[in-house]
Design a protein around this ligand. Sequence first.
Ligand SMILES: Nc1nc2c(c(=O)[nH]1)N[C@H]1C(S)=C(S)[C@@H](COP(=O)(O)O)O[C@H]1N2
Ligand SMILES: [Mo]
Length: 325
Amino acid sequence: MLIKKRPSWALSHSDVTPESVYLDRRRFMGGMVAAALAGAGVPRLVDAAALPIQGESLEFTAMPGFSTDEEKTPYEDVTRYNNFYEFGTGKGDPAQYADEMSVDPWSVIVEGECDRPGTYALEDLVRPHDYQERIYRLRCVEAWSMVIPWIGIPLADMLKRFEPNSRAKYVYFETLHDPDQMRAQRSLFSTIDWPYQEGLRMDEAMNELSFMAVGLYGKTLPKQNGAPMRLVVPWKYGFKSIKSIVKIRFQEERPKTTWEMIAPQEYGFYANVNPEVDHPRWSQKRERRLPSGLLSPNWMETRKFNGYGEQVAHLYKGMDLTKYY
Ligand SMILES: Nc1nc2c(c(=O)[nH]1)N[C@H]1C(S)=C(S)[C@@H](COP(=O)(O)O)O[C@H]1N2
Ligand SMILES: [Mo]
C-alpha cells in the first residue's frame, strides 16, 4: 500500500527558503564538513580539491544550436546534489548509495503499440547512434536549477526504431525496481509506489529537445544521475526526466506518472516549467541556480518552458496551462 507521506522536497513555501538558510547556517557553523553533509553545494575554496570527472570517456559532437552558453554547474554539484528517491530522499543519498546498483549488463523492455517490441540490450539501443552533447538547463520543481552538459542521443531517433503505430499517443517509461539494489525500495515508509514511472505525449517525445542521456561532462553517467540511460526533457520540471530506464511502452491512454499519483493537485502530467503557475505551496517565479550559498544565493527569474518556448510552445497551443500543469 502506498503511504501518503509528504515527500521531503514537497516543502511548503515557508519551508523552502528557510531550508536553504538553514543549510547556509550550518555551513558557517560547521564549516566544510557540515556543508558537504548537507550536500547543498560545497564551497570551493580550493579548486585543486575538485572532484575528478568519473566514468568512461565518450566521443560526441557538440551541438551549439542545442546548448546554452550559460555557466555550467560544476561537476561536484551535478553529481552530489541529486534527486533519486530509490536511494533516499536526502540530496546526498544518491551519491552515497547509488553505487549499490549494478548497471552492466543492462537491458530495456520495449512494448505496446509498436512494430518492434522486444528486450534490447543497452548497447543495441545506443550503438547505432552518434552521441551529441547538449548543454541544457535543468529546473527542479523545488525551485533550484543547474546547467548540465549531457551526452546522448535524440529521443526521437531511438523511439522511431521501434516503429510506433498510429495508436501510440503516449510513451511511458519505467525505472529499475530492485529492492536488493535500491535501498529506499526496501523501506516500508516510502512515499513512492515503485517503480518510478513517467511519460510523455508522443509529440513531446518526438520534439527535437527530448534527449536520452547516457553521459555527462564527456563521460558515462554517474549512477546517481541515472546510469546507464535516463531521459532529459529540459522544458519540464526535473521529475519528468526519469532515471535508469528499464521499460519503454507505447500506449493509447495517458500513463499515470509517479508524482501525479502521489499528489495530483500539486504535480501534473505535463509539468511544463511555468513561472505563471505557482505550486500550491510555493512560488515558481524564481529559482536558485546551483551552486548557491548565503552570500551568493544566485536567485534568478524562472522562464516559461525553462527558456525553451521557441522549440516547444506550439505543442501546447490552445491549452489552458493553469489546468494542464
Ligand atoms: N527514477 C527516478 N528518476 C528521477 C527521480 C527519482 O527520484 N527517481 N527524481 C527526479 C527529479 S525530482 C529530478 S530534479 C531529477 C534530478 O536529476 P539529477 O539528480 O541528475 O540532477 O531526476 C528526476 N528523475
Ligand atoms: Mo525535481
